[in-house]
Design a protein around this ligand. Structure first.
Ligand code: ZN
Length: 164
């Protein structure tokens, strides 16, 4: 009887352990593809690695991290950004940033797209206006020619983001 109980306990332990490991793996996988602040999927050519208040996360775009830092009044450090043209990782201080364009970086809520009227009256969105990073100034300028917006350096973008 005692032996049977211990075998049952062992089986239970293995099952629970396996579930925990699977859960951990899924959380890890999720944290690599989903924004650490807004939970929206991270697009491969827009992902940013940012540290807000000492916590490092993958984020959907720089604007989302800036919004978080502002709201939490915590220091922001961009660790890595993605070149929108090539999807390559890029040092933040070497990138050019386009903001206030008509292009929407984090438009994952399809309801917003379908209802045309809602776009006009769009309420605050933490990721708007989306920030697009570029390795080459020419690419940023070309993007602005197509979609509107303003090209900023890292300092200009972050300077604007400092809490008042
Ligand atoms: Zn986000």
């Amino acid at each position: 009887m005692a032996k049977r109980v211990s075998i049952a306990a062992l089986v239970l332990l293995v099952v629970v352990g396996g579930l925990l490991l699977a859960g951990k793996w899924m959380v890890k996988r999720r944290s690599e593809t989903v924004c650490g602040f807004c939970n929206r999927p991270i697009q491969p050519n827009l992902g940013v690695i940012a540290e807000v208040g000492g916590r490092k996360r993958r984020v959907c775009c720089a604007r989302c991290a800036i919004t978080e830092a502002r709201q939490e009044k915590k220091p922001l450090r961009l660790i890595s950004v993605t070149d929108y043209t090539t999807s390559r990782q890029l040092a933040p201080e070497r990138a050019w940033y386009v903001e206030d364009s008509r292009a929407i970086a984090c438009n994952h809520d399809m309801a917003m797209v379908d209802q045309d009227r809602q776009v006009e009256h769009l309420a605050f969105d933490r990721c708007s206006p989306g920030t697009f990073a570029f390795a080459r100034k020419e690419d940023a300028d070309a993007f602005v020619a197509r979609n509107g917006g303003v090209v900023h350096s890292l300092q200009e973008m972050l300077g604007e983001a400092k809490p008042q």
